[in-house]
Ligand binder design. Structure first.
Ligand code: 3HC
Ligand code: NAI
Length: 710
């Protein structure tokens, strides 16, 4: 048909093969090829049935997402979409059997549901993940799925976006048969079985559509859950509306409702942002000076040194990915504490239904405690997670250098220390790297991979690949204080404190940022992490504070009072026995008194001012980091913030968000803040430069290794 779609025959069975690597996305050429194949089958009277299959690693992973970007930016016209093609398949004079392996996602599942029968490999997955891109199924997925799987499941799949495995798909009626063994052979045999049967079209089925009395509670519950679990997202609610239309309108009318909602979602900021995030999460793995074919080091076994909060979590991460891991601590009580926390965490996961008991039993067998360095001599990778202190880290790394096999990766989970200095304790700095996990390590998706001056390219490439295997998003960053995420978080939280000292209530600051979409307000986040952590760091680095730069006062004073946050049941908030935050009048009064004493002018900042000042503080520091080369691209910062700091994905990350507001506007606002609030608001030179050139942060890429540690 064309180079993307081939039509062959096995006697009376036509075989249409889609061949558009890597994931057989339904680009315009693929749609055209299938359409041509169907036309040819219509005219070939020898053909009695057809099989539609994907070549390579998967069936069809969906519409071509790149095309959406072209449409919304005006670079491509929106055509008729896939609907007419799917109708032509459903109207074909012979039965069409689709054979699914890998993933049938989005348009891929819609294509499959327009065929007359579906067979699948046992490992296949099917789903309508469009909401994760801020859109809804746009080729009748919301109309055909309830007809096959029932209303409740269709709502769950279209609004939640999560796939189901082939076995569940079979149970639900999405798939008609599982094929064990060769998929094409099985599909052709199946086609022969049904070639003379009357053709049933999915769009004509109504048995599973339910009555309005049955459906009303399903939709009400789905909307309620969606508002809570997918806070701020518009597409999931639109997906529910579209499925509801399937239950109240004839198929064609339902499709029109779906189209309207699809178009509204596609041309929204949320969708543009989420598509940016989709490609961004893949782009961060591409490092200009580290080619794709860089040889990788094996990571079949690992060790973690330090069985505390982070070390225990990191050991679980390795075990969850099936990598046997030794867990080392300095003494038996510390090791026992670490292991018992791991057991407790796993028990909670079983209780919440995240893991089965047998999965957990297997994982626990992979975690082996030890007190001896000699035991870890043979492992492929060690992650150090002992207390934060340079002397201790150096001591541990010199031990690792002494015992570890020559090709082992030696990684540190330090959150503030200079990775080059840690590496200097070894005779092999090329093997040393930072792997900065986030707390709780077994939950948070972000892994900042810190490149030291001498870190080997093979070590970096291996860690980027490993991140994926561990279920993380690895982002390569340069070696500066706080690396990328925490370095930006500092001015963000500092601004939140200034706002409180200027007259905003603690709750007003946190609420404004929560409403903006952050997972948690900045002050509540401090209480969760422990205010004493930052306090200790501030005391250590006080000598580096620049004179004339305003510093917050309230948090240090809260710490001096022993208010460390949740762990002491008091910080910015009071905490009840269930660790629920309660506003604290005492704190409000104290802050007013401290502010008066320090002569801080009072006003009542609006919600907009709170958001602008905190988010633009992130942006300004992000621009500095970008210019200095500690992040490679603006999108790297976005991915860090979304996966490690609770920034709403539907706003695309701080740097993308800034570009959507307009760089010139943000730069002007920062200049106003600079004039009004002082020198800490000095605009990053890169912002000025790009504003003057009329460019965006997304345009700016740095193709050089990061500068020295600062
Ligand atoms: N369109 C365009 N490119 C796609 C794509 C798609 N639907 N799906 C994946 N790709 C690209 C990726 O960007 C990546 O490109 P790169 O190598 O240049 O970085 C490459 O294919 C491989 O993708 P992954 O690295 O993600 O490969 P994995 O094997 O880890 O995962 C996958 C495969 C599970 C299919 C995953 O890629 C995925 O979830 N893809 C998106 C699925 C999706 O959202 N489909 C719905 C699209 S919208 C739609 O269909 C609308 C319809 O209703 C009209
Ligand atoms: P922790 O205090 O919970 O655990 C440290 C562990 O190291 C303890 O079990 C201690 O017994 C052990 N240890 C100390 N000296 C040792 C030695 N010589 N050999 C073996 N074990 C030794 O500390 P936490 O919070 O887990 O932090 C560990 C590292 O992770 C630090 O570098 C920290 O900066 C970093 N980090 C912490 C995060 C957090 O949220 N807690 C987040 C990201 C990074």
């Amino acid at each position: 048909m064309n180079e993307l779609v081939q039509l062959t025959k096995e006697k009376e069975i036509a075989i249409i093969t889609i061949n558009n690597p890597p994931v057989n996305a339904l680009s315009p050429g693929v749609a055209q090829g299938i359409s041509d194949a169907i036309a040819s089958i219509e005219n070939d009277k020898q053909v009695k049935a057809a099989v539609l299959i994907g070549a390579g690693r998967t069936f069809v992973a969906g519409a071509d997402i790149k095309e959406f970007g072209k449409m919304t930016s005006g670079k491509a016209q929106r055509g008729a979409g896939l609907l007419p093609l799917l109708l032509s398949i459903e109207d074909c004079r012979v039965p069409v059997v689709v054979a699914i392996h890998g993933t049938a996602f989005g348009g891929g599942l819609e294509l499959a549901m327009a065929c007359h029968y579906r067979v699948a490999s046992p490992t296949a997955q099917v789903g309508q993940p469009e909401v994760k891109l801020g859109i809804i199924p746009g080729a009748a997925g919301t109309q055909r799925l309830p007809r096959l799987a029932g209303v409740a499941k269709a709502v769950e799949m279209c609004a939640g976006g999560n796939p189901v495995g082939a076995d569940v798909a079979l149970e639900l009626g999405i798939v008609d048969r599982l094929i064990h063994g060769d998929l094409l052979e099985g599909a052709v045999a199946f086609a022969r079985e049904i070639e003379d049967k009357p053709i049933a079209k999915t769009r004509d089925r109504t048995a599973k559509l339910g009555t309005s009395a049955q459906n009303a509670p399903i939709f009400a519950l789905a909307r309620d859950t969606t508002r809570k679990k997918q806070r701020g997202l518009k597409a999931p609610l639109a997906a529910i509306d579209a499925v509801e239309a399937a239950t109240t309108l004839p198929f064609d009318e339902g499709c029109k409702v779906e189209q309207k909602l699809f178009t509204e979602c596609l041309f929204s900021d949320q969708s543009r942002s989420l598509i940016h995030v989709f490609f961004g999460e893949r782009e961060v793995a591409k490092i200009p000076d580290i080619p794709k074919d860089t040889p990788l080091l094996p990571v079949q076994t690992a060790a973690v040194v330090g069985a505390g909060t982070m070390g225990g979590g990191i050991a679980m991460v390795f075990a969850n990915a099936g990598v046997p891991v030794l867990l080392k601590d300095a003494d038996q009580p510390a090791l026992d504490r670490g292991l018992s926390t791991i057991q407790k965490n796993y028990a909670n996961s079983v209780q919440r239904g995240r893991f089965s008991q047998s999965f957990v039993d297997e994982r626990l067998k992979l975690i082996r405690p030890t007190l001896s360095y000699d035991d870890i001599a043979g492992v492929d990778m060690v992650v150090e997670a002992v207390f934060e202190g340079m002397a201790l880290k150096k001591q541990v790394f010199s031990e690792l250098d002494r015992v570890c096999q020559p090709r082992a990766i030696l990684a540190s989970n330090t959150s503030t220390l200079n990775v080059d200095e840690i590496a200097s304790a070894t005779g092999r700095p090329q093997s040393v790297i930072g792997t900065h996990f986030f707390s709780p390590a077994n939950v948070m998706r972000l892994l900042e991979i810190v490149r030291g001056k001498q870190t080997g390219k093979d070590v970096i490439a291996t860690c980027l690949q490993l991140a994926k295997k561990l279920g993380k998003v690895g982002v390569l960053v340069g070696n500066c204080r706080g690396f990328v995420g925490n370095r930006m978080f500092h001015p963000y939280r500092r601004e939140a404190q200034f706002l409180v000292e200027e007259g905003a209530s603690v709750e007003a600051v946190d609420n404004a940022l929560y409403e903006f979409g952050m997972a948690m307000g900045p002050l509540a986040t401090g209480d969760l992490a422990g205010l004493d952590v930052g306090w200790r760091i501030r005391k250590e680095y006080r000598h580096l504070e620049q004179p004339g730069i305003r510093q917050p006062i309230a948090e240090d004073r809260l710490c001096e009072m022993g208010r460390y946050g949740q762990k002491t049941s008091a910080g910015w908030y009071k905490y009840d026995a269930n660790r629920r935050a309660v506003p604290d009048l005492e704190v409000a009064n104290l802050i007013r008194a401290w502010a008066a004493e320090a002569g801080i002018a009072q006003h009542e900042p609006s919600g907009d001012e709170i958001v602008e000042r905190c988010i633009y503080a992130l942006v300004n520091e992000g621009a500095r980091i970008l210019e200095e080369g500690f992040a490679l691209r603006a999108v790297d910062i976005d991915i860090i913030y979304i996966n490690g700091y609770g920034f709403p994905a539907y706003r695309g990350g701080p740097m993308w968000y800034e570009d959507t507001i307009g760089l010139g506007k943000v730069y002007d606002r920062i200049r106003e803040f600079n004039a009004q609030y002082g020198a800490h608001w000095k605009p990053a030179p890169l912002l000025r430069q790009l504003a003057e050139e009329g460019r965006t942060l997304a345009d700016f890429g740095v193709e050089r290794a990061a500068a020295d540690y600062i």
